[in-house]
Design a protein around this ligand. Structure first.
Ligand SMILES: [Zn+2]
Ligand SMILES: [Zn+2]
Ligand SMILES: [Zn+2]
Length: 147
């Protein structure tokens, strides 16, 4: 009986330890979908582009207004960047087409790259939006900061 108790405790401690280690890579409870969400529109990336100097990724359409000014700043970290050094993030794009996440409405597994079009046509999501008109998406500060 004592041995069983001890092994239970050490397993619990181990689990806690693993959680603490994991927290550095991704916040606990962080969904795959939120890891691949644009900090501006809070949706899964659509045509992701990365800023070379700080490696932050945004949808091309979301970053576009920032590129119109003479000295653009990263919308996330406010670091000045060279608009010529904004590149299509093919690694993120590749991951978007290889990962699946459950739809927030119908829980059907959808490839991340198709998530936007699924959400716009998913009746469950439409129902949810209609039920709570003041629905606030995740705040940008909860997004992981890529290093
Ligand atoms: Zn976006
Ligand atoms: Zn940045
Ligand atoms: Zn759905």
């Amino acid at each position: 009986m004592m041995a069983m108790f001890r092994s239970f405790v050490s397993a619990a401690q181990l689990r806690q330890h693993q959680q603490q280690n994991g927290a550095a890579a991704a916040a606990p409870g962080e969904s795959l979908e939120s890891q691949f969400s644009c900090p501006i529109c809070l949706e899964v990336y659509h045509k992701p582009v990365s800023i070379a100097s700080c490696a932050h990724t945004f949808c091309v359409d979301c970053l576009q207004p920032c590129l119109q000014v003479t000295s653009p700043l990263c919308p996330l970290c406010r670091m000045p960047f060279d608009p010529k050094k904004v590149e299509k993030s093919s690694s993120v794009e590749k991951q978007l087409s290889s990962y699946k996440a459950p739809c927030r409405g119908c829980s059907k597994k959808v490839t991340l790259v198709k998530m936007r079009s699924h959400i716009s046509s998913c009746t469950k999501v439409q129902e949810q939006m209609a039920n709570c008109p003041k629905f606030m998406p995740v705040v940008p500060t909860s997004q992981p900061i890529p290093r």
